[in-house]
Design a protein around this ligand. Structure first.
Ligand code: GTP
Ligand code: MG
Length: 274
């Protein structure tokens, strides 16, 4: 069958990432782009999650219409009836991650209900702040925990459910590319992979020490599912069915540029999930 052009906003995306990455700024931008009454709110550290419904710009292709030509009359239809989706902004503060972002991820990734299950995860980082050791460590450890939840879900699939669950891809949205100190997407990828490798190493060493002590170390999987033998890369996760893309962008663009153009490539990633 063919999916209709106008889909109800039943596709959910979860927005995660450390504090200050720009998640709420992104959410606010998408909201103001989708509505005619543009409201500008000042962002501040979030303490609770918020769910918004936004529409994809009609010029952004979706997985179901990617082969359509610009002259296709159904594109005009699409602009009258845009594809909508929901985005859940979560607080990134270290003390709120477990109870909010990760808790949402655990429940939404396990959900079978179309209203709450997620199509994808957007993990936002501040690419100008990743040169700072502490920020890199903080961002990478949160990302590590997120990927581990997804890996456990991916490896557990087929056990209890007969129907194969759809995979949940991850977009690492490298924000603040407008700043001249920002790292390009390639370096962001390398640094995060390098830092996750370090976390992985120390975790599996901790597990080995615990079992050597005769303690009953919890059967915890290692991210990448290779017992930490190789060197970690996001590519390694493809073996367990998790696709990770790193794409740069900026919520706050150049004043000269069209409003929202800095988030276009993230919207394109979202479109490819729809
Ligand atoms: P928490 O709610 O604490 O998890 O943080 P957050 O990820 O929601 O960050 P928020 O959206 O509040 O943004 C933090 C700061 O970064 C704000 O001052 C934003 O104005 C700023 N910011 C967001 N995006 C950009 C960007 O693309 N470029 C620049 N230069 N600043 C940005
Ligand atoms: Mg926020």
């Amino acid at each position: 069958f063919f999916r209709t052009v106008a889909s109800p906003p039943s596709s959910n995306f979860l927005l995660l990432g450390p504090s200050g990455a720009g998640k709420t700024a992104f959410t606010t931008l998408l909201e103001s782009k989708s509505s005619t009454s543009a409201k500008k709110t000042q962002t501040h550290t979030s303490q609770t999650s918020t769910l918004i419904t936004v529409s994809l710009p009609p010029t952004v292709p979706t997985a179901s219409n990617r082969y359509r030509s610009i002259n296709d009359p159904s594109l005009k239809e699409a602009s009258k009836n845009p594809v909508r989706y929901r985005l859940k902004d979560t607080p990134g503060h270290g003390k709120l991650r477990e109870s909010q972002g990760l808790a949402e991820l655990v429940s939404m990734s396990a959900s079978k209900d179309i209203k709450t299950k997620i199509r994808g995860v957007v993990f936002m980082v501040d690419t100008a702040a990743l040169t700072d050791e502490a920020t890199l460590r903080d961002s990478a450890s949160y990302l590590h925990d997120v990927l581990l939840v997804l890996q456990q879900r991916a490896l557990g699939k087929g056990k209890s459910s007969t129907k194969r669950d759809a995979e949940i891809p991850v977009l690492i949205a490298g924000n603040k590319q407008d700043l001249f100190t920002a790292l390009p997407a390639g370096s962001v990828r390398e640094r995060l992979e390098g830092e996750i490798e370090r976390i992985r190493k120390s975790k599996s060493k901790g597990l080995m020490d615990a079992s050597a002590d005769g303690g009953d170390a919890e059967e915890e999987e290692v991210l990448g599912d290779d017992d930490g033998k190789g060197v970690f890369s996001f590519k390694l996760l493809e073996q367990v069915g998790i696709k990770v893309d790193v794409v740069g962008g900026a919520v706050k663009g150049d004043a000269e540029e069209e409003v929202g153009s800095g988030v276009r490539r993230w919207e394109e990633w979202i479109g490819m999930c729809l």
